[in-house]
Design a protein around this ligand. Structure first.
Ligand code: SF4
Length: 355
């Protein structure tokens, strides 16, 4: 254990995990290492909060470069609050789940306007911020402010199910697993502990082939004792995702400008720039071109899977003269157009035109 840190109020199990974390903590751009924390370095709540929002539904590997780009461009919550919506949405493009980007801005503005640019330091205060759910509030409270809150994500659920050989399927078992996690939460080093359980789940107690031989909790682990790790956590069978169909219209003007349309704020990909298109539905989509043109339908479809459905987009392309006016959307000049600013599904449609 790191000198100066006491875990005397913690269970032996929490202390074992913290000892492991002191040696094996992952180095992450938003993290204060256990040694630095012991030396008195405090995490920046802005960076902790941003990392937690970005990590929802997204892997650490995918988040790192976005996190670096955001915190370099907007180093404080007040900088982010003052950013243009379109710049933030474009910087978020490719990270997915775009409601998170809109909430990121709303929350930054609430912290800047209502809290003088300082994040609230209580669970309730954090919970009251826009886009901050129970998980994010607990994570920021524990990691940024060292409050003994229980942080339960998918990693922690898996570890708890195995530790207790819990066979009740998710999501039904969530309250039980949360109870197990709460009983173990460190009172002495809650911030390090929250990150330690996440690291254990991400690097040792992995979904497939957990490295039980290296696990600091092996002797206490009921699943290891009974050899049931591979079956846990049990999950209720998933509903089959439906397939929706749509049309994307990729219109180029003779000078190289592209016709783009900003999607409505509410709904999927809300507020993002994209190709004008039809509705996405399980029936054949109605053809509703955004401009008068000679259309060419590409042989290949753009395919993408969202949380609740698969999407197949028919891609139609057209080249139009300078004077042609669109019924929807606006032309974006070739020098400013960057396919990288578009959401992934829109990039896939674009790639079909260049491939
Ligand atoms: S012993 Fe294995 S199954 Fe149990 S918590 Fe550790 S890694 Fe997970």
């Amino acid at each position: 254990m790191i000198k100066g840190m006491s875990a005397t109020r913690d269970t032996a199990q929490a202390a074992d995990l913290l000892t492991w974390y002191d040696r094996h903590a992952r180095e992450l751009p938003w993290r204060v290492s256990p040694a630095a924390r012991a030396a008195g370095v405090r995490p920046d709540p802005y960076r902790v909060w941003m990392s937690e929002i970005m990590l929802q539904q997204t892997t650490v590997a995918a988040v790192k470069s976005y996190f670096e780009a955001f915190t370099t461009r907007w180093p404080t919550v007040s900088d982010l609050a003052a950013a243009e919506d379109a710049d933030v949405m474009a910087a978020w493009a490719g990270l997915g789940y775009y409601a998170r980007a809109r909430n990121l801005l709303k929350c930054a503005r609430a912290v800047a306007d209502e809290h003088g640019g300082v994040f609230p330091q209580t669970l309730e205060g954090l919970r009251a911020l826009p886009g901050v759910g129970p998980y994010t509030a607990a994570a920021v409270a524990a990691i940024a402010f060292d409050l003994p809150e229980t942080v339960v994500d998918g990693n922690v659920e898996r570890v708890m199910a195995r530790l207790h050989d819990e066979h009740m399927p998710l999501p039904q078992s969530k309250p039980v697993l949360t109870g197990y996690a709460a009983a173990l939460t460190s009172q002495g080093r809650p911030g390090d502990y929250a990150q330690a359980v996440m690291d254990l789940g991400a690097t040792i107690c992995t979904p497939r082939n957990p490295a039980c031989g290296l696990c600091p909790w092996r002797t206490a682990c009921a699943a290891w004792d009974r050899g049931t790790q591979a079956e846990l956590p049990k999950k209720a069978p998933k509903k089959r995702k439906p397939t929706r169909h749509g049309i994307a219209y990729l219109v180029k003007r003779v000078d190289g400008a592209w016709l783009l349309e900003r999607r409505p704020d509410s709904g999927l990909l809300g507020g993002m720039l994209g190709w004008p298109g039809s509705d996405w539905s399980e029936e054949a989509p109605a053809d509703a071109p955004p401009i008068r043109a000679e259309w060419k339908t590409l042989n290949a479809e753009a395919r993408h899977t969202f949380t609740h459905f698969h999407l197949r987009l028919t891609v139609k392309t057209a080249l139009v003269p300078m004077e042609r006016r669109p019924e929807r959307g606006e032309f974006v000049e070739a020098e400013v157009f960057d396919a990288g600013d578009l959401p992934t599904v829109m990039r896939k449609a674009f790639a079909l035109t260049t491939g």
